[in-house]
Design a protein around this ligand. Sequence first.
Ligand code: AMP
Length: 476
Amino acid sequence: MTSFQDFGLADPISRALKEENYLTPTPIQAQTVPLAMTGRDVVGIAQTGTGKTAAFALPILHRILENRIRVQPKSCRVLVLSPTRELSGQILDSFNAYGRHIRLSSALAIGGVPMGRQVRSVMQGVEVMVATPGRLLDLVQSNGLKLGQVEFLVLDEADRMLDMGFINDIRKIVGKLPIKRQTLFFSATMPKDIAELAEAMLRDPARVAVTPVASTVERITQRIIQVDFAAKQGILAQLLKQEPVDRALIFTRTKHGADKVVKALAKSGINANAIHGNKSQNHRERVLAAFRTGEIRTLVATDIAARGIDVDGISHVVNFDLPNVPETYVHRIGRTARAGAEGVAISLIAGAEEMGYLRDIERLIRVALPREDRRTPGTRDAAPAPSQNRGGRSAPRGHSAHGHGHGGRSHEQSPGSKGPRRPRRGGGNNAASQPTRHESPRPAQGGNSESIQGVAFLHRESRPNTQPNRTHRPQR
Ligand code: AMP
């Protein structure tokens, strides 16, 4: 399945996808959409960033359109449960974006905000309800919402919901749903307890999973170079001259940063181009075409602009700035080592904040990355390296890291993994005495590749209009 046309989605949905600039389905979409369009239950192993929201939203919207019925007051046809407020808001935004031509009615029910408006928002009934489990149950128990008309249930990030102590709420909610429904169940990992939950809730589900990231990540030589802030530009130019670069893709966090890198490289005699949101579509296409043919060998991009860059032969990915969302790192470095090739990913780290981001990344990929220290000796204390990583083992994230059952509803207020991270303070400073060195990365002991599924990470654009308590009710 190589294009969205092949799915045979209803025309207004296809139009919305074009407007969203979705050209090719991601692997999880290619697997899930056709199955779910037939009405089958699906259990999917996929992480956020793989395009899984569209994987469940598109077939559901298609099926809603096939049979457009009136929603009863205080009811919904689609119920999506997600662990956090932030993720719930993003899912609702996605439904509204894909459903923009079908006059979709939708509402959000999340914890941490007064319930009154949420009660009012579902008074007339909505087609799509996105909720965190605790608040949804409160709404049901206070007679604000009835679940008898639910035809589609989605559980998103099931493992995280379990981690956050929502299991009992979920069981209670599912117990109130009609037996005849379609259930789509997504989780980044599938340990025994999650598999059992899926087993109890799904009927003869089709199973889908995206390619484990590990196979790609293993082919990438990941280098972490600790540098002084002021030296980043110089070291980047040096690296690009020393390394056997075929094509290099350099990531910066900001558009301004991208332009600065291009200018500094030009001063060092390296011809580079930038693509980011302030450049025209025309410019972007021209630059990408030149990068593809090899005319331009060095491309500087922000994450959003780099979305959809599908160029083989990128020998080097350089993180000029480290992303604050760990999944983005995996997505970035996955641009190299395409089609079975080898690749090098180099990250320049300056300061405690970026060191904190690095630790989050290591937790996600379950690999302790070796550091090369190129800071000037007098400045090393300013950006200490973490002591826990020197032994080659990083803490796994997810349930094993936090255990189960702590929390419950109050966790609805905890920010989702996609939100901006707070700046961190660094750990110990034992890297200060480390000589400059480069070791090959090695997997941490006891790593579990299940947790690093999904090479095809996509960057979720922040949607600034994400507000709690939103209801979307077009005029009928
Ligand atoms: P998700 O994994 O659902 O959080 O999606 C991550 C990001 O990828 C979101 O910003 C989506 O809008 C975007 N996205 C999802 N599917 C596609 C696609 N087929 N083409 C381009 N972008 C996509």
